[in-house]
Design a protein around this ligand. Structure first.
Ligand code: ZN
Length: 364
């Protein structure tokens, strides 16, 4: 996530804070302080910090469960509208997805109920509180936190895919129909909820409008990614790779390379070799930005991206698609027993997907 900073690591998971988050603390402190004085400003900041500690616990519950199923969690990011667990992939086993989705709301609910009981035992009127009470008495912070956690548990369980409740719906449907169809239905419900959030947010609370955006974009992109991934299943790298790949010696100048590109003998991502050994990739974007920065005389070997993973002709295409998304990489060299045999790019995957999708719609 852009504009976020790592503040620590828990269970091997980097915890990141979005830059707008400190602003939220300042805003709350100012809001409380302006009305009720300095101590209230302090309580306002403590309230937000505790609230986000609860959000971290919610996200860590998802992440711990995901790690149990061998899913790598890249990070947990705290945004002003809540937390996001950034997982490398979502398990396709519906039971696993279900357990990961439920873990967060379950923890929020437990925290809320425990805090509520402590407040009741302490004799605080848990149903009678407002911002003035929170600002003027520290104990009410915990009454507020109790209710917020219970709210978080239920709000996240709304069936607004990719929110937790939406994942529960997808997992339920995926046990009864194919994965693409289950995702499509869950994503459609998610988009309808996003529109409702947007409208309600307009009237009640602008934060909901942000959440609406997240839900809508999240539903679209995850549906797309499932459609492509599922369609590519059964295909292998060797089925779609480009075996007539162009290799260029590392000492070639960008000027000579650009000439080749103009004459059409080179296009797409170029494989760079040193003494006939593959060493790295140079994409059109690479080349253009290098020309901008260093001019045309620099050698392509100096600007090539090196130490990239290579793939095998037998690798599954759906795995390669996920790998590209994960690594934000548009192409890989294909090697067979150390020998360069081709190149596979996002464009090749796109072509394969269009073909499979066309065949499928023909059948339906
Ligand atoms: Zn959650």
């Amino acid at each position: 996530m852009e504009w976020s900073y790592k503040i620590g690591t828990i269970y091997g998971i980097p915890l990141r804070l979005h830059i707008t988050f400190p602003m939220l603390i300042i805003a709350y402190a100012a809001l409380f302080g302006y009305e009720y004085g300095l101590m209230a400003a302090f309580r306002g900041s403590i309230l937000i910090l505790l609230l986000f500690a609860c959000v971290v616990l919610h996200e860590l519950a998802h992440s711990k469960q995901a790690q149990r199923y061998g899913v790598k969690v890249r990070d947990v990011t705290l945004l002003p509208i809540g937390g996001v667990s950034n997982m490398e992939h979502i398990p396709e086993d519906p039971q696993q997805e279900l357990r990961i989705a439920i873990a967060g709301p379950a923890i929020s609910f437990v925290i809320g109920i425990v805090l509520l009981m402590i407040n009741l035992a302490a004799g605080l009127p848990v149903f009678d509180f407002n911002f003035e009470k929170i600002a003027t008495s520290s104990s009410y912070i915990f009454v507020y936190l109790a209710w917020i956690n219970i709210f978080l548990a239920f709000f996240n369980l709304l069936p607004a895919f990719p929110m937790d409740g939406g994942r529960v719906i997808r997992a339920y449907l995926a046990q009864r129909m194919n994965y693409i169809k289950a995702t499509h239905i869950a994503a459609t419900i998610g988009k309808i909820f996003a529109i409702i959030f947007g409208i309600v947010g307009f009237v009640i609370n602008p934060i909901l409008i942000f959440i609406a955006f997240f839900v809508y974009l999240g539903a679209s992109s995850e549906e797309q990614s499932v459609m492509v991934g599922e369609s590519l299943k059964g295909l292998r790298v060797k089925d779609v790779m480009n075996a007539q790949c162009v290799t260029i010696p590392a000492e070639t100048s960008l000027l000579a390379l650009v000439e080749k590109i103009f004459h059409g003998s080179c296009r797409g991502v170029i494989l760079v070799t040193e003494e006939d050994q593959y060493v790295g990739l140079a994409s059109q974007e690479n080349i253009l930005s290098a020309i901008h920065e260093h001019g045309l005389d620099i050698e392509v070997g100096k600007i090539a991206k090196r130490d990239l993973p290579t793939v095998s002709p037998e690798d599954r295409l759906d795995d390669i698609y996920r790998k590209m998304q994960r690594d934000q990489q548009r192409a890989y060299a294909v090697t067979d027993r150390e020998e360069l045999v081709g190149i596979i790019s996002l464009e090749d995957l796109g072509r394969a997907y269009s073909l499979v999708a066309a065949l499928r719609s023909e059948k339906e």
